[in-house]
Design a protein. Structure first.
Length: 318
């Protein structure tokens, strides 16, 4: 019996999330300070200042969310900013890249405020979405930040929207509706409707049957997702998008993006490697092999896509 409880204890200890450490969490807006090496300490400058704004490229980076319509207690993990810290400070056509992280964890949608995180998925509500969603408010919040940069003197074409997961979805939404306000968008593993690809066994049953089951079980949530996809498709914005087939969220439910002519979609890999290189993620005082394909853009191997990201930005500056 003692051995049994010891095994259980060891399992529980091994399952403790390294992200739970408070020093891994960032809850503020600010500029990511450039790093010399990928594993260097991640620091944020909270001063909203841009010297020589006409010579700067601003990338506004948006975090993901573990609740698509409710408030969060955090915004960013330090581990997700390593690649951005490497890109920050680089120059494209003599213009310096500055990466600005935008925390929107405090926002919530009308339905999320009413039902809560669990209630959003427990109650069989019908569409369309009743009121203003958190995603709508995220788009509005980013527009306000964009306006601040423009007022400082940064040309609109030198401002790029970006984000991971729900932040990547917000990138697709904003560029679809307000492309005239920015130079373009970089969307990383866009997803904001939980682990659809895994939960509905898309690999086994196919996309159509999986979505049919999703619509039957959660009609309101499914309709809300489809309504946003329709907005994104109609916008047809020239966005650079990264997806991964092993991503449990929208990895195998993202093929609709191939029907959007101006999208440049990159399917990162079929494995948790990039060009044969094993991937590692790292926090403040820890590192481990990549286990979750949804965060492959946090990993060191993703640096291989930095030239592509810079080429995309350069193409939008013309």
């Amino acid at each position: 019996m003692k051995r049994f409880f010891l095994i259980i204890l060891l399992i529980l200890i091994s399952c403790i999330n390294v992200y739970a450490n408070p020093k891994e969490v960032i809850k503020t807006d600010g500029f990511v300070i450039p790093t010399n090496k990928w594993k260097d300490k991640i620091k944020i400058d909270e001063n909203f200042e841009v010297n020589n704004p006409e010579d700067k490229i601003i990338i506004i980076y948006n975090h993901g969310s573990d609740g698509n319509d409710v408030k969060l207690k955090h915004c960013f993990w330090r581990s997700e900013l390593r690649n951005w810290a490497q890109l920050a400070g680089d120059k494209i056509n003599d213009k310096e890249i500055m990466v600005y992280i935008h925390c929107q964890g405090q926002l919530e949608g009308d339905l999320g405020a009413k039902l809560g995180k669990i209630g959003m998925w427990m109650k069989k509500w019908e569409g369309p979405y009743p009121g203003t969603s958190k995603m709508d408010r995220r788009v509005e919040g980013n527009l306000k930040v964009i306006k601040k940069f423009v007022n400082m003197g940064v040309p609109k074409k030198q401002i790029f929207m970006s984000g991971h997961s729900c932040g990547g979805w917000a990138t697709l939404r904003l560029t679809a509706e307000y492309l005239e306000e920015v130079g373009g968008g970089i969307s990383l593993m866009p997803a904001c409707f939980w682990n659809l690809s895994k939960k509905y066994k898309v690999k086994k049953v196919g996309y159509e049957k999986a979505m049919e089951k999703f619509h039957k079980k959660y009609p309101g949530m499914a309709q809300w997702r489809q309504d946003q996809i329709d907005i994104i498709k109609e916008g047809n914005a020239p966005v650079l998008i990264f997806t991964h087939p092993m991503d449990a969220y929208e990895g195998l439910t993202s093929d609709w993006m191939d029907d959007v002519p101006n999208f440049k979609r990159v399917v990162v890999s079929e494995k948790k490697k990039i060009n044969g290189k094993k991937c590692v993620v790292a926090g403040s005082d820890w590192e481990e092999p990549l286990k979750n394909a949804h965060i492959i853009d946090f990993a060191d191997c993703f640096m291989q896509y930095h030239p592509m990201i810079k080429e995309y930005i350069a193409s939008r500056l013309k």
